[in-house]
Design a binder for this molecule. Structure first.
Ligand code: SAM
Ligand code: SF4
Length: 317
């Protein structure tokens, strides 16, 4: 379905939980989330119904995210059932990777085709600092498990954080020479109360090409990343610049949060509850939300935080 600005909406991001086994400083508060009542959260049946309704309107790609989707008890069933929905050509998943050693193979068997794994540093101490509790070894074991499980593509997501990982851009990029992975550098987005990352923490995506003059531009892919490649690499380097070069004109996605709110834009205040709707109601609301998708997300900077009123774990990154 086309939105009011002629953008074809083909991509749904489904957050299956707000909970997480990490506490990344730019994503969620140290004391975690205020646990909501079970009845407030979407059931598996409601998720499935929303995906079926979205597919009936032309959504072909589904990304399962969170919070950390792999802490969700019924994650395999959600993946298996959504992957079987008619019209959904591709189910992908974004994870911090810690539980992939146990779950990579079953996820692949459940029909997940691609996995994105978040990794902001290759330094053990810095990893534990930024995630407030994680172990780099576990994340790297997760990466190995994803590669062994035979996903069609494995991508690494790295949030660029000034004074934290700018010195590691070359080492992180070299993962594409070591493994058949893409590494995508993402500009830090100032969310609702996602830590005190001031103006110095924000780095424009252009720092990546400044650190790596040997990068060769590649033809655009089907996503929002600008693509490059290191000599002899097995995968691409992507730069995703929601702030310095926002891609709202090419945005093809809508989001459904774990507490059942349809969001036409990551950063807008607009959200509509799907709780209790049947297929027809879900389809009608999806139509409305697609037509209300804003033209762009409004200014974002250290001084202009996202208007979403939620942190990333409560939306689904
Ligand atoms: N827990 C999973 C993970 O970390 O991959 C999935 C959810 S997480 C919210 C999805 C992605 O959003 C991660 O790659 C994370 O780094 C990114 N993210 C979270 N907060 C962000 C922020 N303030 N700015 C930019 N990216 C952010
Ligand atoms: Fe959890 Fe992912 Fe947010 Fe980190 S970025 S706190 S792993 S949801």
């Amino acid at each position: 379905m086309l939105d009011a600005y002629g953008r074809k909406i083909t991509y749904l991001r489904l957050s299956v939980t707000e909970l997480c086994n990490l506490r990344c400083r730019y994503c969620m508060p140290e004391d975690g989330v205020c646990k909501k009542r079970h009845e407030e959260m979407l059931t598996e049946e409601e998720m499935l119904c929303a995906v079926e309704a979205a597919a009936s309107l032309g959504v072909t790609k589904l990304r399962i995210t969170g919070g950390e989707p792999l802490v969700k008890r019924n994650i395999l069933s959600i993946c298996r059932r959504t992957a079987a929905v008619e019209g959904i050509g591709e189910v992908c998943l974004t994870t911090n990777g810690l539980l992939l050693p146990q779950l990579a193979q079953p996820l692949r068997e459940a029909g997940v085709r691609r996995v994105n794994l978040s990794l902001d540093t290759l330094d053990e101490k810095k990893y534990t600092y930024i995630t407030r509790r994680g172990s780099l070894r576990q994340a790297l074991d997760g990466l190995e498990a994803a590669l062994d499980a035979g996903f069609e593509r494995v991508k690494i997501n790295t949030v660029l954080i000034g004074g934290f990982n700018d010195d590691e851009i070359p080492a992180l990029a070299r993962l594409t020479q070591q493994y058949p992975v893409d590494v995508r550098f993402i500009e830090l987005m100032p969310m609702y109360d996602s830590g005190d990352f001031g103006p110095r923490a924000y780095l424009p995506g252009s720092v990546v090409t400044e650190h790596l003059p040997e990068l060769k531009p590649q033809p655009d892919g089907d996503g929002v990343a600008k693509l490059y490649r290191l000599p002899g690499a097995l995968g691409n380097i992507g730069i995703i610049s929601p702030i310095s070069a926002h891609f709202c004109g090419a945005c093809n996605r809508i989001r459904l949060t774990a507490d059942g709110k349809l969001k036409p834009c990551l950063h807008s205040t607009l959200e509509y509850s799907v709780k209790g709707l049947d297929f027809a109601g879900m389809q009608a609301l999806l139509r409305q939300v697609i037509l209300e998708k804003p033209r762009w997300h409004g200014e974002l900077s250290a001084d202009h935080r996202s208007q979403a009123g939620r942190n990333m774990n409560e939306i689904g990154g």
